[in-house]
Write a protein that binds this ligand. Structure first.
Ligand SMILES: [Fe+2]
Ligand SMILES: [Fe+2]
Length: 200
């Protein structure tokens, strides 16, 4: 029988081959951060959070043309924002590869991977953990609100998701790119949660 640590080791070996060195280091950072956040918010999610973190960027290093081709092959709808920035497709494609290449079938894990760049209103605990951990992990290059996201990550998951959504939207706007409406929906929902909690 394969033990859990053997399973993790096999996945890490595969990722090391298919990701750049920096992306591999980031994936380990997200796995560690997400699993620690699970210890804080829901101990039963530690293993799932680690796996989701490891595998969330599985498709990140595919060339853009390959991302578009694979999305078409797998029946993933591609909107105008994704056509302009095929990099966005790495999230749903990573869920496909996590299942096909690494045998992950847990719908909670696959959904967290699928949503990790755009988020959505009312994310599950696992989805929100991965969404935040992607920014809060220690090896992430500097982003605005960095410190506040990290401070909030272990204090209030809704606030951390709000700060992450705000950072993601601001960053895309700064680059002069159009913002996918799904990111705006995520931001609007978590902004409302902040107002409800008197934290905005
Ligand atoms: Fe990603
Ligand atoms: Fe990532």
């Amino acid at each position: 029988m394969t033990t859990l640590s053997e399973k993790y080791r096999t996945i890490r070996k595969g990722l090391k081959k298919s990701l750049s060195e920096a992306r591999y280091a980031h994936s380990l950072g997200v796995a560690a951060t997400a699993s620690c956040m699970a210890m804080r918010y829901d101990i039963s999610l530690v293993e799932k959070a680690y796996l989701a973190g490891l595998l969330h960027d599985t498709a990140k290093c595919l060339p853009d043309g390959e991302k578009l081709r694979l999305a078409q092959e797998k029946g993933i709808p591609v909107n105008e924002f994704e056509k302009a920035s095929p990099g966005l497709l790495h999230a749903p494609l990573s869920a496909v590869l996590a299942e096909e290449n690494y045998g992950v079938t847990d719908p909670e894990i696959l959904s967290a991977i699928r949503l990790h760049t755009l988020g959505k209103p009312e994310m599950t605990t696992l989805e929100a953990i991965l969404y935040v951990a992607d920014y809060a992990e220690p090896d992430r290059p500097d982003v605005p609100y960095f410190r506040t996201i990290r401070e909030a990550a272990f204090r209030d998951l809704d606030q951390a998701a709000y700060l992450t959504a705000k950072t993601a939207v601001d960053y895309t706007r700064k680059k002069g790119q159009g913002v996918d409406p799904r990111s705006l929906e995520t931001l609007a929902y978590y902004k409302m949660k902040m107002e409800e909690k008197g934290l905005s």
